[in-house]
Design a protein around this ligand. Structure first.
Ligand SMILES: Cc1ncc(C[n+]2csc(CCOP(=O)(O)OP(=O)(O)O)c2C)c(N)n1
Length: 597
């Protein structure tokens, strides 16, 4: 039997080791869908409720496995729906290949139904590689390059296949003029740094007395090396959001997250240090890094495109984190004076006490920090955690203590709403034997998480460990933005834009065959986690939590506090709750044993 281009596409995906394609059908890809049928659904077509979710699932799969995520959509509207997820891949530097359909070639340029200029549409998001398949002989080369470039550039790539081409008989490229044969696979290099650069970097680091290290997701494969370098330099280690799982919070000199969602020890370490070493991080917020004239700085990144910005670094080293740090170690002098390190460790200890007190402070129904605090001590050793954008990201960054092989991620740079549930689904397809937990606001659940629970219900029987727990921060508010308006702009909450319709998330879960647990008392939070983590199916924990618990930034400037105060005077409907809870939280830092106690 002859093989169509669609059949060959799937054969080639299998040859690349692709096991799942996250997609949604449409007649622009009918020729490929038919091929899934011929191939006994190998790779497996995973059907979402919306193409943006398919893209997020591919991103989640890539983030939690380190492999290429593949997503698929029909021409026109389906392709357009993929975009936000592909931008998430682009901004967070993960490899994703998008395969999209297009109108038949004979109709192109005729403003045919669903004809959209897909090359132009994907040109920005997939600028590393986006091409149209015009004839069957192009097939292996386009797919192979899309896969290899996605891996090499850690970026999304895209191939566009007109629907009539999908049905043509496949013919391989020949040994002839203007045909391009292709091959499978790639071994990427271990990027070793330059010797002279290493020597200069060591000179800067050896000269410092108070060294701060900032790590990001690029340091994930270099845990042991980061610890050794930090030990030699007597340094503390702060983590950018995407690097939260790069090094455990059980390491005593890890100061936790940095930035607006970060911790006070990270903030203070950066403000007081005289030397900065950044490893595998593109952390964007310079104001949370040391004042510009105060510190000498060294950066290590695997990609030459990303060194040397964000801070006036004195030495920019291109190399992978583990190789570079290993090469640096013999050049470093162990610092005898450990007082800087001791202060950092003491600050970290105090900070965790403050966090516990804040989390256990009473609130109207449940204090949202309590959800994360209770989870933290119950995190399974092999857990995969996703957080949505919203207030959940604050508590994810500050209250969860990762250790060992625990993994976590969120939309770090695009900071889009919506990936919490689909990331967890992508993670489960990558590691069906590991539990996944998604921490999601009610706004994000209403935006798409609820619909994607239907995907969870459809597929969980395939997972060897059926646990996928979604904790919903049910506050009937788009809370993160409400706080941003209060704190940054001094504006009161605008109820018409911020309030959400009240629905039952647990009830919805039960209605589609999942476990649903309602929580409206603080003491029920821990037992709800216990139940969900022991359940034989995915669970939604629907926690009625207090929208008036402020995500106080680590350094809470006077202007921001004043901004919140002004919004109260202008008649914010939740004014009194804000004052009461906010003050109680702040006070925790000044209790005996607390920061200044
Ligand atoms: C796609 C998208 N739309 C809007 C925003 C702006 N935004 C960021 S957080 C947020 C509120 C999220 O509300 P919810 O999911 O209920 O979580 P909460 O902050 O209330 O915990 C909004 C609207 C965004 N980041 N992404």
């Amino acid at each position: 039997m002859s093989q169509s281009v669609g059949d060959y596409l799937l054969q080639r995906l299998r040859a690349w080791g692709v096991e799942h394609v996250f997609g949604y059908p449409g007649d622009g890809i009918n020729g490929i869908l038919a091929a899934f049928g011929h191939a006994d659904n190998q790779p497996a077509f995973i059907q979402s409720r919306h193409e943006e979710m398919s893209a997020f699932e591919a991103v989640g799969y890539a983030k939690f496995t380190g492999r290429v995520g593949v997503c698929m959509a029909t021409s026109g509207p389906g392709a357009i729906h993929l975009l936000n997820g592909l931008y998430d891949a682009k901004l967070d530097h993960v490899p994703v290949v998008a395969i999209v359909g297009q109108t038949e070639r004979s109709a192109m340029g005729g403003e045919y139904q669903q004809e959209v200029d897909l090359l132009a549409l994907f040109k920005d998001v997939a600028h590393h590689f986006v091409h149209v398949l015009n004839v069957p002989q192009q097939m292996p080369n386009l797919l192979d390059r899309a896969m290899r470039i996605a891996m090499a550039e850690r970026a999304p790539t895209c191939i566009i296949i007109p629907s009539d081409v999908q049905e043509l008989d496949y013919e391989p490229p020949g040994h002839v003029f203007k045909q391009v044969p292709s091959s499978l696979g790639v071994y990427l290099p271990q990027v070793a740094p330059d010797e002279e650069g290493l020597r200069r970097a060591a000179e800067v680091l050896n000269a410092g007395e108070k060294v701060a290290i900032l790590i990001g997701q690029g340091a994930r494969g270099a845990r042991a090396e980061v610890v050794e370098v930090a030990d030699a330099l007597g340094a503390g280690v702060a983590k950018a959001l995407l690097g939260k799982d790069a090094l455990g919070d059980d390491v005593p000199f890890v100061t936790g997250s940095i930035g607006l969602l970060g911790t006070r020890p990270s903030y203070e370490m950066m403000m007081d240090c005289d030397t900065l070493l950044t490893v595998g991080s593109n952390f964007p917020y310079t104001q949370f890094m040391p004042p510009l004239e105060q510190a000498r700085a060294v950066q290590i990144d695997i990609d030459g495109k990303y060194v040397g910005m964000r801070y006036p670094y004195e030495v920019n080293l291109v190399g992978d984190a583990a190789t570079t740090l290993r090469a640096l170690l013999p050049l470093l002098h162990r610092k005898d004076d450990r007082s800087w390190r001791e202060k950092i460790e003491a600050d970290v200890n105090r900070w965790w006490e403050v966090m516990e007190r804040r989390a256990l402070t009473d609130a109207d129904l449940v204090n949202p920090m309590r959800i994360f605090h209770e989870l933290s001590s119950r995190l399974p050793a092999n857990v995969m955690v996703s957080s949505d954008s919203g207030s959940a990201a604050n508590w994810y960054a500050r209250h969860l203590r990762f250790s060992g092989d625990m993994r976590g991620s969120l939309s770090g740079n695009l900071a889009t709403m919506g990936p919490g549930v689909p990331y967890a689904i992508g993670a489960k397809f990558g590691h069906p034997d590991r539990p996944a937990i998604a921490l999601v606001g009610d706004g994000a659940m209403q935006m798409n998480g609820l619909a994607e629970l239907i995907t969870v219900a459809a597929y969980y029987p395939q997972w060897s460990d059926p646990r996928l727990v979604v904790a919903v921060l049910h506050n009937n508010d788009l809370n993160q933005v409400t706080w941003e308006m209060r704190a940054m702009a001094g504006e009161p909450k605008f109820a018409e834009s911020q309030n959400l319709p009240d629905i039952s998330y647990a009830g919805f879960a039960r209605s589609i065959g999942l476990e649903g647990i309602e929580v409206d008392k603080p003491e029920d939070v821990g037992p709800a986690w216990d139940r969900a983590l022991a359940a034989d199916r995915p669970t939604v924990i629907d926690v009625r939590c207090d929208p008036n618990v402020p995500p106080i930034p680590p350094h809470a400037t006077f202007d921001q506090i004043k901004g919140a105060a002004e919004s109260l005077v202008k008649g914010d409907e939740d004014a009194w709750g804000v004052v009461k809870t906010g003050l109680k939280q702040k006070v925790q830092e000044f209790l005996p044993g607390g920061k200044d106690g």
